[in-house]
Design a protein around this ligand. Structure first.
Ligand SMILES: [Zn+2]
Length: 344
């Protein structure tokens, strides 16, 4: 099956986070038919990571995720592009990695593994489970795939998800002096956050804040007793200074509830590739056992998660070349114990 057919085959199978079982079974059968040893690693009752290899303990692995964001958009194509959900995030990447691995195998190189996770678009539970897999400690380099426009990412920002919750006192809206509006308190806090300059980092860039959700109140004629906002902060520093800055902005007017946090990660550079720092986060922070991380993939993060998601066919082909040459470069390095000096 060629690169584009493989991409479309994967895209035809819906796999919104939580519903990756069918695409996982298809990948298992496909890799099995090509002669790979394939394991299903259970993550939840109906979610499995796919782990495939050609020898006992590969030094270099390709990885990305099988899940997509909703809604399912079946693939379509023209001469230049493949459109639809997962085109670049990340089924085109799976197809490019498998094609690259098969090409390496054709040249007699078997020191290669493939890891495809579930749940990357939500809580990275697939990556966390994969981190416990016994083959992780034998891996020296993990080439993770996300849409980087085929540049080699040398850093990725972290992500800090949290809620700010305020409470007040309900009262009849005609007698506001009897109540205390949780919504007004929340708006004051959010306004202060919008005017706060959070610490940034010369390497990783600006720390940015998205106020993504806001909820509260009961009815138009009731002073609102409760309100909350959900924030996603793209971290360029460790979590601590940002959390301290937030606490000093909130100043006890509300409660901060942390949902999840992954700190920014430095990735392994390789000479001769075009470098960039990406603003999104990946499964990588949850898989420190898998050796030195690298990140590269075809397509643009700017179209991922949109209804217009696509990947250029020539970018898929270029990605195959880049994956082949990256793997060869990494395999040509001395055998190293390499996990200790990975800067997180
Ligand atoms: Zn992705």
């Amino acid at each position: 099956m060629n690169l584009f057919e493989l991409t479309k085959h994967l895209m035809y199978i819906p796999s919104t986070s939580g519903e990756e079982e069918a695409v996982g079974f298809w990948l298992r059968d496909h890799l099995d038919s090509l002669g790979w040893t394939v394991e299903l690693q259970p993550v939840s009752e109906n979610q499995n990571n796919i782990i495939a290899y050609l020898n006992d303990a590969p030094r270099v692995w390709f990885s990305t995720h099988m899940d997509t964001v909703p809604p399912f958009i079946p693939p379509t194509e023209d001469g230049e592009k493949i459109y639809g959900r997962g085109a670049c995030d990340a089924k085109g990447i799976i197809a490019a990695q498998i094609t690259a691995a098969e090409r390496l195998r054709g040249e007699g190189i078997k020191d290669i593994g493939l890891l495809y996770t579930v749940e990357e678009e939500r809580a990275s539970t697939g990556a966390k489970a994969a981190n416990e897999h016994p083959l992780a400690s034998k891996c020296e380099y993990m080439i993770n795939g996300e849409p980087t426009d085929n540049d080699l990412a040398i850093g990725s920002k972290g992500s800090f998800r949290l809620m700010i919750k305020t409470s007040g006192k309900a009262a009849h809206s005609a007698y506001p002096e009897e109540g205390d509006s949780a919504i007004e308190t929340l708006l004051d806090i959010l306004d202060d956050i919008r005017h706060t300059h959070f610490p940034h980092d010369d390497f990783f860039g600006e720390t940015t804040v998205n106020i993504g959700t806001i909820e509260g109140g009961l009815a138009l004629n009731i002073i609102p007793p409760r309100a909350e906002a959900g924030l996603l902060i793209r971290l360029t520093t460790k979590r601590e200074p940002i959390e301290q800055a937030l606490e000093s902005v909130v100043r006890g007017r509300g409660e901060i509830e942390v949902l999840s946090c992954s700190e920014p990660v430095r990735l392994h550079p390789v000479d001769g590739f075009t470098y960039k720092v990406v603003r999104f986060t990946t499964d990588i922070p949850h898989m420190p056992s898998w050796g030195k991380p690298l990140l590269l993939g075809p397509g643009s993060i700017l179209v991922a998660h949109t209804k217009d998601e696509f990947v250029m066919k020539k970018d898929l082909e270029t990605a195959v070349e880049l994956y082949v040459s990256l793997a060869k470069r990494l395999l040509a390095t001395e055998h190293t114990e390499c996990t200790e000096d990975t800067e997180q």
